[in-house]
Design a protein around this ligand. Structure first.
Ligand SMILES: *Cc1c(COP(=O)(O)O)cnc(C)c1O
Length: 465
């Protein structure tokens, strides 16, 4: 739009403007003087700055132009001088061409759904980087012929869960269930306890998902008690499988009873167990969380799980168990629509074969060490004039896992206003609000991020926001 049109229509004095000066400036209450506006450098002039030329190669021309326009806008409104436009544009450039920004998870929720659940290990990040180009995901380099997609990741899964005869990987835990129900139970019945008809995430109801595949649910038992005899009475020629779902995000206590996988396996139909969290073996700190190996050994035919919960890997869904069932599931036409990409396979294998994951480290973190880190950080920040103290805190596992489990932790306690300022700073830090204070819980913050965390707090203090 021509600037004159804009200013005339909004009734603002047009003022002089050099032909070609970039961008509309109308509609302001107190427009800058004509001289200032004429001095805002043209877009093509700013774009010749070598730093911006380099950035255009790295981030794309559109991203750089958008930063230049924002900088020009600031010059027009008088918040930066006209000769500071290039510097401002450089400062406004994003780190990457993507919109997702790395944040420090100081919420005290180890697997925070809104922060993308599990944080990948350094080994998994490197594997993703390596697999980003052409890679042998479906090619045997020895023979030069097509090979099974993701075979090394699948082998890693079977190595970690020896009781699984076969394995398959799909997009997420929900996809694992959909594929299982579609391939094994469409037009037939899934027998499920009324105590396991659960809502997993906001609006994600497992029974709705199962019914959407064309399978029918045969509900047995009650909310709090279901016995093996309840299942036995419901099993018939229409039964495709019995489904056990881990109630992963709530607890039922009191007068309760549930049938064990061993009892159900004796009923003569396949038993599918959705364990949710992706633990492959028992976890000493989370005795109530079911794991794939134990369930299979107890007689489960198939176990489904998420890859980005307690396993600490990329988002994906795992299917582990009986060879015939895994084959039926993985050869169903829907499997093609739910398959994972090479980056996921790379990250999953590195998670399975590599060192301890950030999730594992956060779970196992020693409360005494967390406390000492908090005290050291608080002392250093307080010496710089920050209103901060180290406090005890209670962290949780999160990600719809280990309900009722609290992990003793330590946090920095800051004035409430820090919450928004830290979230919107150059290194976004997400904490939590508690009793009018902003808590930065260290349970899910790797120790090597302590200095970045302190730097973010200092930056907020310095700007007084
Ligand atoms: C998390 C969860 C799911 C869904 O897994 P996604 O990976 O989020 O799709 C299904 N069942 C249970 C028991 C879960 O805990």
């Amino acid at each position: 739009m021509d600037q004159r049109d804009a200013t005339e229509r909004s009734g603002v004095r047009a003022g002089g403007r050099a032909p070609g000066a970039a961008g509309p400036a109308g509609g302001r209450d107190t427009p800058p003087g004509p001289d200032d506006r004429r001095r805002v450098p043209r877009t093509d002039t700013v774009l010749r700055d070598p730093r911006l030329v380099e950035a255009a190669g790295r981030l794309g021309a559109g991203v750089v132009k958008s930063a230049v326009r924002q900088a020009q806008e600031r010059a027009r409104s008088g918040t930066v001088p006209p000769d500071g436009v290039a510097d401002t544009a450089v400062a406004l450039l994003p780190r990457t061409a993507g919109g997702l920004r790395p944040v420090i998870n100081a919420t005290g929720v180890v697997l925070h759904t809104n922060l993308g659940r599990a944080s990948l290990s350094a080994a998994a990040r490197r594997a993703v980087q390596e697999a980003a180009g052409p890679t042998d995901v479906e090619l045997d380099l020895e023979t030069g012929v097509r090979a099974r997609r993701g075979r090394t990741a699948l082998a890693a899964l079977r190595d970690r869960v020896p009781s699984a005869a076969a394995a398959h990987v799909v997009n997420n835990g929900a996809a694992a269930l959909v594929l299982t129900a579609t391939a094994l139970a469409a037009g037939r019945e899934i027998v499920i306890s009324r105590g396991e008809m659960v809502e997993i995430g906001d609006g994600f109801r497992l029974p709705d998902l199962l019914v959407s595949t064309g399978a029918r649910l045969r509900e047995v038992g009650t909310t709090n008690r279901t016995t093996a005899a309840d299942y036995a009475a419901a099993i018939g020629p229409e039964t495709a499988f019995v489904l056990k779902v881990h109630p992963s995000n709530f607890l039922i206590t009191g007068f309760t009873r549930a049938a064990g996988v061993g009892e159900l396996a004796a009923l003569g139909v396949p038993v599918v167990v959705d364990i949710g969290s992706g633990l492959l073996g028992p976890h000493p700190l989370l005795p109530e969380e079911p794991d794939a190996g134990t369930q299979l050994k107890a007689g489960a035919s198939l176990v489904t799980a998420s890859g980005d919960k307690l396993l600490g890997g990329p988002q994906c869904g795992l299917l582990l168990g009986d060879e015939d069932l895994v084959r039926a599931v993985s050869r169903h036409p829907l499997a093609r629509a739910l398959r994972v990409d090479k980056l996921t396979l790379a990250a999953l294998e590195a998670t399975l074969r590599g060192p301890e994951t950030p999730t594992g480290e956060a779970l196992a973190a020693d409360p005494g060490r967390l406390r000492r880190r908090a005290e050291r950080l608080a002392a250093a920040l307080a010496a710089g004039g920050v209103d901060v103290r180290a406090v005890r805190s209670a962290a949780t596992v999160g990600g719809g896992g280990a309900p009722g489990v609290t992990l003793p932790s330590a946090a920095l306690s800051l004035p409430e206003r820090y919450a928004a300022a830290l979230r919107t700073g150059p290194v976004p830090v997400v904490g939590r609000l508690e009793a009018g204070r902003c808590l930065l819980d260290l349970r899910a913050v790797p120790a090597e991020d302590d200095e970045r965390l302190a730097g973010a707090v200092r930056a907020v203090t310095a700007t007084g926001r």
